[in-house]
Ligand binder design. Structure first.
Ligand code: TYM
Length: 339
């Protein structure tokens, strides 16, 4: 069993990233160790350059993200943790896979549409090509499983199509590239903005109070939940209901923290007097979940040399795997000398 996932070093990581993805990485690492498999996690700095960014900040954010992932429970002795740009094999594979990627499919990607709409200056070709690099990231490692949040479903489906099209066109079997499965959590796959529960939680949200960051101090987390949008039902009704977007989102977060279903989380609050009790319960659960991560992060982040060493070692391990796949792809495509 082999697991791969990637995370961007853009902005600070938020509760949606943590619940939807990072926690599943840690779980994936444990399952991979147990099954004698491999779990591989990549900080995708080359994806981050597809929108406006600051080059000095990008390096800082890469270390921030590495420290955060380790603080959350990734252990470089039990998984491979590396920086995308250190493994050039992935970028070359991206180009080769472009030959079996349909332009029309890239045009249909929701993330491209959403991100290109908010670009004020250049809409880069890199933004359009983003899903091909993402496909190369995963396919280079021939993995079976990709833990992600709901917003990545379409990108995973595209990489499955790319793998299948590549095998049909260039390989004798359907095993040269492996079409992976996504692993999207049942609870918490799409955490919504606390101020605007119709939009997913993100770093680019209009209202800062709508996004809880993994590194927020407890008082800040409490404040953001206190101000979370609910509704004006009178009497207040704590229930999972598509009409009650704010309340349902709070229940989803509470359920994800407690490892129960949102309906069970609602049932636990049957004696609550109002939305204040719900907000207090969620904020307490989130603070309990994130505090140890923030504390470990603070210990780790200062030692950039140690973080750099982890990433370089991870890149060596990753390259050894990606180079084999790339060699077979080149050979199947007739690229380069006979090997
Ligand atoms: P990124 O860095 O934007 O997001 C990292 C992970 O967080 C999940 N996520 C959420 N989950 C629940 N609720 C939310 N509000 C929320 N917002 C984000 C994302 O689904 C993601 O799993 N394209 C990827 C990076 C990538 C990648 C890969 C992923 C590059 N190569 C290969 C998997 C495999 C991304 O945008 O990550």
């Amino acid at each position: 069993m082999r697991i791969f996932s990637g995370i961007q070093p853009t902005g600070r990581k938020h509760l949606g990233n943590f619940i939807g993805a990072i926690r599943q990485y840690v779980d994936g690492q444990a399952r991979a160790v147990e099954a004698d498999g491999l779990a591989i996690f990549c900080i995708v700095d080359l994806h981050a350059v597809t929108v406006a960014y600051d080059p000095v900040e990008l390096r800082e954010l890469t270390y921030d993200t590495a420290a955060l992932l380790i603080a959350a429970g990734l252990d470089p002795a039990r998984c491979i943790l590396f920086r995308q740009s250190d493994v050039a094999e992935q970028t070359e594979l991206c180009w080769l896979l472009a030959s079996v990627t349909a332009h029309g499919d890239l045009n249909r990607m929701h993330q491209f549409k959403e991100k290109s709409e908010v670009q004020r200056e250049l809409i880069s070709a890199g933004l359009f090509f983003y899903p091909v690099l993402q496909a190369a990231d995963v396919l280079a490692y021939r993995c079976d499983e990709v833990p992600v949040g709901e917003d990545q479903r379409q990108h995973i489906e595209l990489m499955r199509d790319i793998a299948e099209r590549f095998n049909a066109r260039f390989a004798d079997s359907n095993e040269l590239l492996i079409a992976p499965q996504h692993r999207i959590p049942e609870v918490g796959a799409r955490i919504m903005d606390l101020q605007d529960p119709d939009s997913k939680m993100s770093t680019t949200a209009a209202a800062q109070d709508g996004t809880v960051y993994v590194l927020d101090q407890p008082e800040m987390i409490q404040r953001k939940f206190n101000r979370a949008v609910t509704d004006s039902d009178d009497p207040p009704r704590i229930a999972v209901d598509p009409q009650k977007r704010g309340v349902s989102n709070l229940l989803e977060i509470l359920a994800a923290c407690e490892g129960v279903t949102p309906e069970e989380a609602a049932a636990e609050l049957s004696g609550a007097r109002g939305y204040g009790d719900l907000k207090a319960a969620v904020s307490e659960a989130v603070i309990e979940m994130l505090t140890p991560v923030r504390e470990r992060y603070e210990l780790l982040r200062g030692d950039e040399a140690a973080l750099e060493q982890v990433l370089l070692r991870g890149a060596d391990q990753a390259r050894a795997i990606a180079a084999v796949t790339l060699g077979e792809v080149r050979s199947a495509m007739g690229v380069g000398p006979v090997t």
